[in-house]
Design a protein around this ligand. Sequence first.
Ligand SMILES: Cc1ncc(COP(=O)(O)O)c(C=O)c1O
Length: 379
Amino acid sequence: MNNIDQIRQQVRTAYGSAVGKPRGSLTTPALILDLEVARRNIQFMASRFRTMPAKLRPHIKVQKCAELARLQVEAGAIGVCTATVWEAIVMSRSGIQDVLIANEVVGREKIAALAGAAREGHLTVAVDDAGNAADLSDAARAAGSRLDVLIEVDVGMGRGGVRSAEQALGLARSLEKLPGLRLRGVQGYEGHCMLEPDRAERIRKARAAMDQLGTAVQALKKAGLNCEVVSGGGTGTYDITGANPLVTEVQAGSYVFMDNFHGNLVPGFSPALTVLGTVAIRQGNTIVLDCGRKSIGIDFVLPTLVEYPFYQARAFAEEHALFDVDERCRLTVGGTAELIPGYAPTTVNLYDAYHVVENGLVTDIWPIIPRGPGHGGLA
Ligand SMILES: Cc1ncc(COP(=O)(O)O)c(C=O)c1O
């Protein structure tokens, strides 16, 4: 049994007693995945991609769950992308055949793990630095494997990526001399566009970002270098970037759950991920649930109560979620309520497992691997 199977089994054993229970009766805080809603989100996205030139490569840093990734691939996704090498190893060993680490992998141990995993599965990694590329090449040679690479180009976000088409070309030329690496194309993630509330402005910004990526594509192609993959996009821009003829694949991930952050910006999807909390305190018009910041992601936008979407949260302390309510609120001490996370990826990362719910009952436990920061016991 490998490490991943062991973790999977431990988690299933630890949470298995919840199977068969109604969604409102779990030990709280509990992470709930409404499978029917997630399936609808996956099908809706798959149907949108059937009419666009680009393919879908969902970003699984959002959900860290092989069971969900398999549903996405069955619905037509060409593979997945991940944020970390550990997520990539889990996906690859869980049977996902085409995995892109949409980030730079740096550090001897991580690079060795990546090169080793590339012996068993098809892994692609983003690079933006010649020294890092040389390290990847050395590790691939030592492991007897081959790594595919995409050159990351900064398209306005100012995070990873070479800063110009000339730099992309220079890096591509140095890759040619590195055994064990194969250049497949470019990646440009327009993360700075995702928060843009004005749809027309988001379209303008996302197109400008892809035009910037296009200059790097042209430079590589003009020099006779391979650029068959052009990867970018997220949930906020999937239909803009996916419709762009330059782009071959879109890295949207959050659509599977639709947290409050994305739900306000992207129509057509519904919230599939909730946190169940218990009302621990009710004093006057203040209710306090047992699911504070250690239980739910509050980045960008605050969580809301499913049943009472009109109440604004007042604060999220470590273990306390505070809402100011009024006479319409029927919640009393000991009652439970579900919350839609502000941001799903930072919520999921706090949990061992999803309580998979169908028709109101828990039907399965799906492990979150690797949970937390880093390797989660996989290194
Ligand atoms: C490189 C990269 N690609 C794609 C995404 C898209 O994810 P989402 O669909 O959650 O917006 C992200 C999100 O952080 C990312 O970092």
